[in-house]
Design a protein around this ligand. Structure first.
Ligand code: AMP
Ligand code: ZN
Length: 468
């Protein structure tokens, strides 16, 4: 199994630190609003990575944090006149709801930065003791040049950074020994959340949070650290400096980064007005469609979101669901139980599509090709299963489709259908509405049923209905 490591800029064979186990940390969102569809990309992509490792038999310890103390949270709290804690708690709950609807598995652990402050303080103290950090008037800085490997992940050269950063010297951080130094602990400002520390009341910098939470829940060395590509520098570079300076060990073996999601070929931003939350998308589409869309591209490629591409994703997903429904229908009517000899051969042919699926996923999680393999399997099912097929053959095909889709986090359930009893109940309600001359409601019910494929016909004998 190969994965692309940002550190070496090559695809490397995956060798776990511990046989049969994967320790994985994914930087989670800062919770000051509903998550947007850009945030949804790493969630869905790395959940799929986790599911594939599990499919391969690995035991995955998956940790993903919520950053619940940050300038943006404080700003939002001040705007609403509530505490920062209220804002972060609210949006953690909302994020979890969205994740569930996107079929993103809950992490083994979702640590909150605010609950890990004492560990962060100990880590900062350790860095000070080792000479990698220093305190100045309540602020603690990391001594970047002391860490020789600085820049190894982002492939940046310290001197280039130095010239790019010169302006920092005049931007109020003039107490630093060097403009490249970054903040580990910042002093309290009036009206902001703060904690006691040996350097005075204050709060941690963003980077130290992940170094601490990763160490606490996964240990000093982990297999995979992941996030969006914007986190490579400075966030992940700084995490490496902090963790490796403190622990004296390589922090993570593989660094995985997803490409960005754009909207109609433009960067997503509030000011451009092309900004969608996952919740907004869920009003128009089943979030399974969003997931199918996200996985239709390789996770490292930039991905463009548009109405047309979402429609294409919806059609693709429907093709798989329809094939599964067809197999279920044939199963209900199948007469033969056991696989026939001819079917045994067909079943091994169907297994070849599983081989292509795994080959694609083994190649740095190529979900686009993995989806193509599922389509091939679906086509094969459509052409080889019929009224003569045995239960065993139909079940075999259905299981394969459902199992592969599940690795991608796509649920292939029965297409939603109104039960006869539900239809009858709505017709009764419509009759009652008409009696009360509430024609608006009566029409609304007719439309509602029509949208679900039920056509009503008013006849002399009463209302009749049929499926369109
Ligand atoms: P943030 O809340 O900004 O810290 O982001 C949480 C996660 O979402 C990080 O891994 C980011 O890299 C990722 N992310 C944010 N915006 C996008 C985007 N437009 N496309 C893909 N990933 C994104
Ligand atoms: Zn992080």
């Amino acid at each position: 199994m190969k994965l692309y490591n940002t550190m070496s800029k090559t695809k490397e064979e995956f060798v776990p630190l511990e046989e049969g186990k994967v320790k994985m940390y994914v930087c989670g969102p800062t919770v000051y609003n509903f998550i947007h569809i850009g945030n949804a990309r790493p969630m869905m992509v790395f959940d799929t990575v986790r599911r594939y490792f599990e499919y391969k038999g690995y035991d995955v310890n998956f940790v993903s944090n919520f950053t619940d103390v940050d300038d943006k949270i404080i700003k939002k709290a001040n705007e609403e006149g509530v505490t920062a804690d209220e804002i972060s708690k609210r949006y953690i709950e909302e994020s979890k709801k969205d994740m569930e609807d996107m079929n993103v598995k809950p992490a083994t652990k979702h640590p909150l930065a605010t609950e890990e402050i004492s560990g962060m303080i100990a880590l900062i103290q350790n860095l000070i003791d080792k000479g990698y950090a220093y305190a100045k008037n309540g602020t603690v800085y990391f001594r970047t040049r002391r860490f020789e490997d600085y820049g190894k992940l982002s492939h940046k050269n310290l001197d280039d950074l130095r010239s790019g950063n010169r302006s920092l010297l005049v931007s109020g951080e003039d107490e630093k020994e060097d403009p490249l130094d970054f903040v580990l602990w910042k002093p309290k400002k009036e009206g902001e959340p703060s904690w006691e520390s040996p350097w005075g009341d204050g709060r941690p910098g963003w980077h130290i949070e992940c170094s601490e939470m990763s160490k606490k829940y996964l240990g000093e060395q982990i297999d995979i650290h992941a996030g969006g590509e914007d986190l490579i520098f400075p966030h992940h570079e700084n995490e490496i400096a902090q963790s490796e300076a403190a622990n004296g060990k390589e922090f993570a073996k593989y660094w995985l980064h997803n490409g960005f999601l754009n909207i109609d070929n433009r960067k997503m931003s509030k000011s451009l007005g092309n900004f969608f939350t996952v919740r907004e998308i869920s009003e128009k589409y089943d979030l399974q469609v969003l997931r199918f869309f996200m996985l239709s591209a390789h996770y490292r490629s930039p991905l463009n979101f548009s109405a047309e591409l979402m429609e294409a994703a919806k059609n693709g997903l429907d093709r798989i669901k329809t094939a599964a429904d067809n197999l279920r229908f044939l199963l209900d009517n199948a007469k033969v139980e056991e696989l026939t000899e001819a079917e045994q051969e067909k079943m091994s042919k169907a297994q070849e599509f599983v081989g292509s699926f795994e080959k694609a996923m083994d190649d740095d999680f190529n979900t686009a090709d993995a989806i193509s393999a599922i389509f091939e399997l679906v086509k094969y099912a459509n052409t080889t299963a019929d009224g003569e097929s045995s239960c065993a053959y139909l079940n075999g095909l259905l299981d394969l489709i459902v199992k592969l889709a599940d690795v991608l986090g796509i649920i292939i359930e029965k297409k939603e259908e109104l039960l006869d009893a539900d239809i009858e109940a709505l017709i009764q309600e419509r009759q009652a509405a008409r009696k009360e001359r509430n024609f608006a409601r009566a029409d609304e019910i007719r439309e509602e049923l029509l949208a679900k494929g039920i056509v009503l016909e008013d006849t002399r004998e009463g209302v009749k209905w049929k499926r369109a």
